[in-house]
Design a protein. Structure first.
Length: 108
């Protein structure tokens, strides 16, 4: 199924209802940021498709890209924790992840 910009933005908005994006401190138009990011992702997808990359290989690209973004986000949270207290929900998520790492999950 091929989705356009507006459809992806609608799906993103649905996700953000459960996990709001905290932007009140940032001097940016959050809708413009969303449109920019989603448009870039759709362009990348179209480019991979035009290059003949299979759907399976594109899915692998997205999986690896998502893993990288989650790791980047985790590092940002850990850096923030040094300087300020995170909201309880985010702090709980970081603690859960750290407990999983301490148990050795993710290691081969």
């Amino acid at each position: 199924m091929k989705l356009g910009l507006d459809e992806v933005l609608t799906l993103l908005a649905a996700i953000e209802q459960d996990y709001p994006w905290l932007t009140e401190e940032l001097p940016f138009d959050e809708n413009a940021l969303r449109r920019l990011v989603v448009a870039d992702l759709l362009e990348r997808d179209a480019m991979l498709h035009q290059q003949g990359v299979t759907a399976e290989d594109r899915q692998l690209v997205y999986l690896v890209s998502t893993a990288r973004l989650v790791l980047d986000n985790l590092l940002l949270y850990l850096r923030l924790m040094r300087h300020e207290t995170l909201p309880d929900e985010q702090l709980g998520e970081v603690r859960q992840l750290m407990q999983r790492l301490e148990r050795g999950e993710g290691r081969e």
